[in-house]
Design a protein around this ligand. Structure first.
Ligand SMILES: CC(C)(COP(=O)(O)OP(=O)(O)OC[C@H]1O[C@@H](n2cnc3c(N)ncnc32)[C@H](O)[C@@H]1OP(=O)(O)O)[C@@H](O)C(=O)NCCC(=O)NCCS
Length: 196
């Protein structure tokens, strides 16, 4: 693979990451309806860390936050748009970005109407390839609810390994929840992908 530059040169917005059916791109205010369709759904946020969006204004705020976080380089949250119509059906994020230690945490949420269609697999592959490629991270982390079977499968098929069980880490929807910590190292991912 093309060796990463020591320091990635960001442009004015998140780089476009193109897959077969999806393009990951910076979100804009006109995506608010699509973002609300994702995060306004109780099923999507069942194992999330914040409550469901109550109105489209919450989606507007999220989009505005993603721009500010990008500018501060603290978190990178892409909208995943269908190439055929540019509608955002998911978001993929690198959060808790720590460049000196070359690590970040991954996050993703997909509109429920599209579950089971391989879109998370496609978008996640783009996210990880960017993180270990151009961004030159060494380690990715994930913190998953113990019952989030779909998320575990997505991570484990991408080579993530379980590293720890964190008791009573989250206060979500009136419950106290545990978290399972997983990690993936760049050399493991390169080996999984057969990249020299
Ligand atoms: C996690 C999420 C993105 C997965 O989306 P998806 O549409 O199921 O993803 P894909 O179709 O690409 O499938 C990914 C893999 O997970 C498997 N999978 C999905 N749901 C599953 C479930 N409930 N149980 C077991 N495996 C499951 C799929 O079969 C597939 O594995 P395969 O390629 O071996 O067949 C989606 O469920 C989601 O948005 N959940 C809500 C948000 C969330 O919890 N995010 C993660 C926070 S840590």
């Amino acid at each position: 693979m093309k060796t990463a530059a020591a320091t990635f040169e960001w442009g004015d917005e998140l780089p476009r990451l193109e897959g077969e059916r999806l393009v990951l791109r910076q979100m804009r205010e006109s995506d608010a309806e699509d973002v609300f369709a994702i995060f306004g759904d109780d099923e999507v946020i069942r194992y999330w860390s914040s409550p469901a969006h109550g109105s489209i204004d919450d989606a507007r705020e999220l989009i505005s936050d993603t721009r500010k976080q990008f500018e501060a380089r603290t978190m990178f949250e892409w909208g995943a748009a269908l190439k055929e119509n540019d509608r955002v059906i998911a978001t993929f994020s690198l959060l808790n970005v720590d460049m000196p230690h070359r690590r970040a945490e991954v996050g993703y949420a997909l509109n429920r109407e599209y579950w089971g269609g391989g879109y998370a697999t496609e978008g996640f592959d783009l996210l990880v390839a960017f993180a270990f490629g151009p961004l030159n991270l060494h380690r990715l982390e994930a913190d998953v609810h113990p019952e989030n079977a779909g998320s575990f499968r997505l991570l484990e098929k991408n080579g993530f390994k379980q590293e720890g069980y964190l008791r009573e880490r989250w206060h979500h929807l009136g419950r106290i929840e545990d978290g399972v910590y997983l990690g993936l190292l760049r050399p493991e991912w390169l080996a999984l992908k057969g990249i020299e």
